[in-house]
Design a protein around this ligand. Structure first.
Ligand SMILES: C[S@@+](CC[C@H](N)C(=O)[O-])C[C@H]1O[C@@H](n2cnc3c(N)ncnc32)[C@H](O)[C@@H]1O
Length: 375
């Protein structure tokens, strides 16, 4: 039992070690600057759950400190021993630093701060980063990292996948601006979806589909066909379904979807399914099913069930989000219980799930988000 849970902890710790590429960070940040060049101006930016000696987050924000107009950059790491990391060698940067401490290198988190021209070069850049050890292991929940969070204006990172819910709650509790990477499945989490519905969180502009490559530790075992090893032996794998989650304003989210009327979708739309059957009405909720985001009718005034991927294109000036039908949330929306006599046709049907009738038999759509046109 003990061994199993240790193994489980080690495995999930390993799945947390995915390092973001410089170009992905740059592309995303540039999209905010295009919308508002002052997005980061005079701000204190905190990069928690990072590895400042070699993280691309620290590198990007430190190199662009002046361009972004930052006031202060703080980057912290989680101790090697807490990460359960086998492959570790302190960097030259650390061992050559006057504050290097062999007793702390594995057990303590690190903090790097950039807030001035420390080396007198005339510029504030990556060479001015000041390093020391944290008091503890750099856990984002520790009092010292919470204090740094409270000092920050914007929190940017790729947090540990296994702690995403807790990490987001940690940011929201302090009412901070943020830009973080997560799996798109997180959209439907009960801790995340209400924030999307209430316009407190939205998807970042630079990734709306496909996968992205992340660096993984050298001892990371994988059979992934996407594994790439570079000339230095660094390992990379492609991860599908990653998105940026943010509450920083950007232009894409204010661009309304270009849509056709219901009649035109049925007559000339690109989806044969809709041309043949039209839009199905749910049997237990007053709404229609729209199986493709680009088939949302521009002129339908009622409630529509749309795929989760709608969130990538969601423009709050165009639509209102009412809810989602994942898990038990359908019950809260007032979905009628299903007619028990239908169980013979579809054994997996449960109360709180949407269904429609096709040829006299009940069918469930994929997970849906319920929306309606903004009046
Ligand atoms: C997905 S990785 C991303 C690292 C880095 N931000 C990047 O993208 O290059 C998440 C990091 O968070 C660290 N981590 C795990 N649990 C943590 C915790 N409780 N507090 C702080 N960091 C943690 C992991 O060790 C890992 O290095």
């Amino acid at each position: 039992m003990g061994n199993n849970s240790n193994l489980g902890a080690a495995k999930s710790a390993k799945n947390d070690e995915f390092y973001t590429q410089y170009a992905d960070i740059q592309k995303e940040v540039n999209a905010y600057l295009e919308y508002n060049p002052d997005t980061f101006r005079d701000k204190v930016v905190l990069l928690p759950c990072d590895d400042p000696e070699w993280s691309n987050f620290t590198k990007f924000f430190a190199q662009n400190f002046e361009l972004l107009g930052l006031r202060k950059l703080i980057s912290t790491s989680y101790a090697v021993e807490s990460k359960k990391y086998k492959y570790y060698q302190p960097s030259l940067f650390e061992t050559e630093s006057p504050v290097f401490d062999a007793d702390k290198t594995r057990t303590h988190g690190k903090i790097f701060v950039l807030d001035g021209d420390a080396n007198g070069s005339g510029h504030i850049d990556i060479d001015d980063l000041q390093f020391k050890y944290l008091e503890g292991d750099g856990d984002f929940r520790s009092p010292e990292v919470c204090k740094l969070r409270d000092e920050a204006d914007i929190i940017v990172t790729n947090p540990p996948f296994s702690l995403f819910r807790e990490f987001l709650a940690w940011i929201v509790a302090a009412d901070k601006k943020f830009l973080v990477i997560a799996n798109k499945n997180a959209i439907t989490y009960k801790e995340v979806f209400p924030l999307i519905r209430d316009n407190m969180l939205w998807i970042g502009p630079s990734i709306t589909s496909g996968d992205r490559e992340f660096m993984v530790p050298k001892d990371y075992e994988t059979h992934s066909p996407s594994l790439r090893i570079d000339e230095k032996g660094n390992k990379f794998i492609r991860v599908p379904g990653v998105h940026w989650f943010t509450n920083l304003e950007h232009g894409l989210r204010h661009e309304p979807l270009k849509l056709m009327t219901m009649k035109d979708n049925i007559r000339y739309g690109r989806h044969a399914e809709i041309r043949e059957k039209g839009y199905l009405q749910y049997a237990n909720y007053d709404a229609i099913d729209v199986p493709y985001t680009d088939a949302i009718p521009s002129d339908y005034e009622g409630i529509m069930g749309v795929p989760i991927t709608f969130i990538d294109k969601y423009c709050p000036e165009q639509f209102v989000i009412i809810g989602q039908t994942q898990g038990d949330s359908g019950k809260e929306l007032g979905l009628k219980p299903f007619d028990r006599s239908l169980k013979q046709y579809n054994k997996s049907l449960r109360d709180g799930q949407l269904y429609y009738m096709v040829d006299g038999k009940p069918e469930k759509p994929y997970a849906r988000i319920l929306i309606r046109k903004r009046q």
